[in-house]
Design a protein around this ligand. Structure first.
Ligand SMILES: Cc1cc2nc3c(=O)[nH]c(=O)nc-3n(C[C@H](O)[C@H](O)[C@H](O)COP(=O)(O)OP(=O)(O)OC[C@H]3O[C@@H](n4cnc5c(N)ncnc54)[C@H](O)[C@@H]3O)c2cc1C
Length: 388
């Protein structure tokens, strides 16, 4: 019995290096991000100086091996970093999440040695990446994408328009999905790496958003943009595999973002109810308020179990698809209701920008939309349960 327990420690029990890593990222976020969060939200702009510090901290290259200048961590470390950052600012959380769980993840898994030598040292030191799949006409139906790539000399010429691209403003390296053979349907989809500055490629309009406002979301334009064949990630016609497999993992990162957000909202609520007095006592003295805090804490704990379990399964090389979909559905709903309850507990102060919970409430909404909407996740879960 004791042997079984030793072999299966509690999911939320972290190894020593994981505790040190998570705490150092949270301390950084508390010290360096908290004072900037409101201003970055108002101006819808990520601080360039903060981005430099994120590289110095090592959270922009969590899984890149040390031999390429990265932090040499695990996927689980990426999840801990995204959680710790999102507890303070979910906009910074998603910047780091896309860099690690989508972009670096795809390069590590699908990149040729040449691509790894070219991009991993840059991604570890100064280059931000973006992951470019969605278009105006293809969101949930991602493989209906209309961007085309046609063979031209030793490369492919990309023409089309991407929409909703996170990090579009800051990125220098873009993983772009285009179809080289529309007649083959999704089997024509191919992933290309496009550098900022490549002729025919430009970053268009930046969206003005409800939440995660400091995270840029941009349109990208490709007009006969020629990319050499050496910039193909994975094989020609196998881009759908690159997309599916990275997004399956990426959604655990979004779960971590929503977990951090919910924990942040709970932290603020606990602090506030112990200070605020009504009817001659702190509002934490009222059992009605205590029960609301208890529900929030229970939700956060359940979310942490789902997120950590999905990430641990992924690192162990075990199936995690259904767990990851569940973790995204649940974490985004918990983030929304926890932030909503924090607003309630702050009373009028919850509704104004001077206090932090109003922002978290706005930031929470995106969790149910990007990297596969809640309906798409429910479809994945149902398919597995029903075997349909
Ligand atoms: C802030 C932000 C950042 C983003 N970042 C990126 C990024 O970095 N890279 C990228 O490629 N994309 C990105 N996206 C795009 C995002 O992934 C899509 O918006 C998302 O997948 C939904 O697609 P859609 O907006 O076209 O909605 P639609 O697909 O049109 O969905 C609309 C509604 O219909 C429902 N629906 C659609 N199909 C079905 C179905 N078969 N069954 C049941 N319900 C269905 C959906 O659940 C949703 O409620 C981002 C979006 C936002 C808002």
């Amino acid at each position: 019995m004791s042997q079984t327990l030793a072999a299966s420690p509690a999911l939320t029990r972290l190894a020593e290096d994981e505790v040190i890593f998570r705490d150092s990222v949270y301390e950084f976020a508390d010290r360096e991000i908290r004072p900037l969060a409101r201003e970055m939200d108002e101006h819808a702009k990520m601080s360039p100086a903060l981005i430099e510090k994120l590289f110095d901290l090592g959270v922009m290259s969590v899984e890149i091996p040390e031999s390429y200048g990265g932090a040499g961590g695990t996927f689980f470390h990426s999840v801990l970093a995204v959680e710790a950052l999102s507890r303070v600012d979910p906009s910074v959380g998603v910047l780091v999440d896309v860099q690690n769980t989508l972009v670096i993840n795809a390069v590590l898994r699908w990149g040729t040695d040449e691509i790894k030598r070219k991009y991993l040292p840059k991604l570890a030191s100064k280059t931000i990446g973006a992951y470019c799949l969605s278009e105006a006409g293809s969101g949930s139906d991602a493989f209906a994408l209309a961007t085309r790539a046609t063979e031209k000399g030793d490369g492919f010429a990309i023409t089309g328009r991407k929409l909703w691209i996170t990090n579009g403003n800051e990125a220098d390296m873009f993983i772009v999905f285009a179809n080289v053979n529309p007649e083959a349907g999704y089997r024509g989809i191919t992933a290309f790496i496009v550098d900022r500055g490549t002729p025919g490629f430009s970053v268009g309009k930046k969206e003005d958003k409800l939440g995660i406002r400091a995270s840029s979301t941009c349109e990208l334009l490709f007009e006969d943009c020629v990319v050499p064949k050496s910039q193909i990630l994975g094989d020609v016609g196998k881009g759908y595999k690159v997309a599916i497999e990275t997004l399956n993992e990426g959604r655990i990162g979004i779960g971590a973002q929503m977990l951090g957000l919910a924990q942040g909202a709970l932290d603020h609520a606990v602090g506030y109810v112990k200070e605020r007095k009504q009817f001659g006592k702190t509002i934490a003295d009222f059992q009605g308020v205590q029960f609301q805090i208890a529900r929030m804490a229970t939700d956060v704990e359940c979310t942490r179990l789902l997120v950590y379990n999905s990430a641990r399964l992924r690192d162990a090389g075990q199936p995690f698809l259904t767990e990851a979909a569940m973790c995204k559905v649940f974490s985004s709903e918990v983030a929304e209701r926890t932030a909503s309850m924090a607003v309630n507990l702050f009373g009028g102060n919850g509704f104004v920008k001077e206090y932090p919970v109003e922002k978290l409430y706005r930031d929470a909404k995106i969790g149910q939309i990007y990297e596969g909407t809640t309906n798409m996740q429910l479809g994945t879960i149902a398919k597995n349960i029903l075997g349909a």
